[in-house]
Design a protein. Structure first.
Length: 325
């Protein structure tokens, strides 16, 4: 009896090793990182150094694929529908949960739902910042708001599309300040920023990363930010909360997602790789710091809770905007 128990125990100990030996190796080929926006926006600024760092850890190419359209719906939906084999991932913005709700408000069936995607890790979480051309007449948010009240609908602002993060951030401001601005949607934050720099637009709620170099070089002026605290690199720029706009608080975060049915061991491997990079890879940290988008890493239950709570708040904001013609 003792012999039989010993044999069974030995076999039990070997079983996990056998299962691991039979499990398919991953990764064995390139892992696409989809960015649902054109080059130059906040997601793209984060994705490129992150993909480069992941290549070193996983030993496979991680090409960044910009799959823009419908304010982020096209690229996000493509990942939600992708094969759950670990070879397609999404570097998403906080608009991820807002977009399906906007489709419902417009009377359309959403192209995807957040339940189709598994949150692996949050990489960054940046407050948006209100920027205007450096040659504009506004040197403070007080001047900007006063002018907007004098000329309702005359001042234009851009966004990455209807109900995008940049649209919702500005809608929060216009509601709190009691002003009417003219919204001009683009196909992404990058094109909107280009239009601002060319003088086509008057204002933009931008992620700090894409705007930082233009502010430093004197092409843009930052008036205020949507954070609870001032942004590194924008230390002289007040927050809307400081200025008395207590309901104007908004963050653009970037998160790494995969199709929800992706095997747990692959999700765990990705999470382990991302955590190690965000905690220890100085090259990645320097790249994101230089872009004005410092690491704000979360994973596991912490990111799932953050994603759930932030999504609920943003969905409520979209519902307040209502249907957009």
């Amino acid at each position: 009896m003792l012999y039989r128990r010993g044999v069974m125990a030995a076999l039990g100990a070997l079983a996990p090793l056998s299962a691991r030996a039979q499990a398919p190796a991953w990764p064995t080929r390139a892992i696409q990182m989809i960015v649902a926006f054109p080059p130059g926006g906040q997601a793209d600024v984060t994705a490129r150094p992150l993909a480069s760092a992941l290549e070193r850890v996983l030993g496979q190419a991680v090409p960044v694929v910009n799959r823009a359209g419908a304010g982020g719906i096209v690229g996000s939906a493509s990942v939600a529908r992708a094969a759950p084999d670990g070879y397609t991932s999404l570097l998403a913005l906080s608009s991820l949960a807002m977009l399906p709700e906007s489709e419902r408000i417009q009377g359309r069936v959403p192209a995807y739902t957040v339940e189709q995607l598994a949150p692996v890790a949050r990489i960054t979480a940046d407050p948006t910042v209100l920027v205007v051309p450096a040659n504009s007449p506004w040197r403070s948010i007080e001047e900007f708001v006063a002018d907007a009240k004098r000329r309702p609908g005359a001042i234009t602002y851009g966004s990455a599309g209807n109900y995008s993060t940049l649209h919702v951030a500005m809608a929060m401001l216009t509601g709190a300040a009691g002003i009417d601005l003219l919204h001009v949607p683009f196909q992404g934050g990058g094109p909107a920023l280009t239009a601002l720099l060319s003088g086509t637009l008057d204002a933009l709620a931008s992620g700090p990363g894409p705007a930082l170099s233009h502010v430093k070089e004197g092409r843009l002026r930052a008036l205020a930010s949507w954070g609870r605290e001032r942004i590194p690199g924008f230390e002289a720029v007040p927050t809307f909360i400081e200025l008395g706009y207590h309901d104007v608080e908004f963050y653009i975060w970037t998160g790494f997602f995969v199709p929800v049915a992706t095997p747990a061991p692959i999700q765990a491997r990705l999470r382990e790789a991302l955590r190690g990079l965000c905690e220890k890879d100085e090259g990645l940290r320097r790249a994101l710091d230089a872009a004005g988008s410092p690491i704000a890493y979360q994973d596991g239950e912490a990111f799932e809770r953050f994603f759930r709570e932030d999504s609920a708040r943003l969905v409520r904001a979209v519902q307040r905007i209502g249907k957009v013609d």
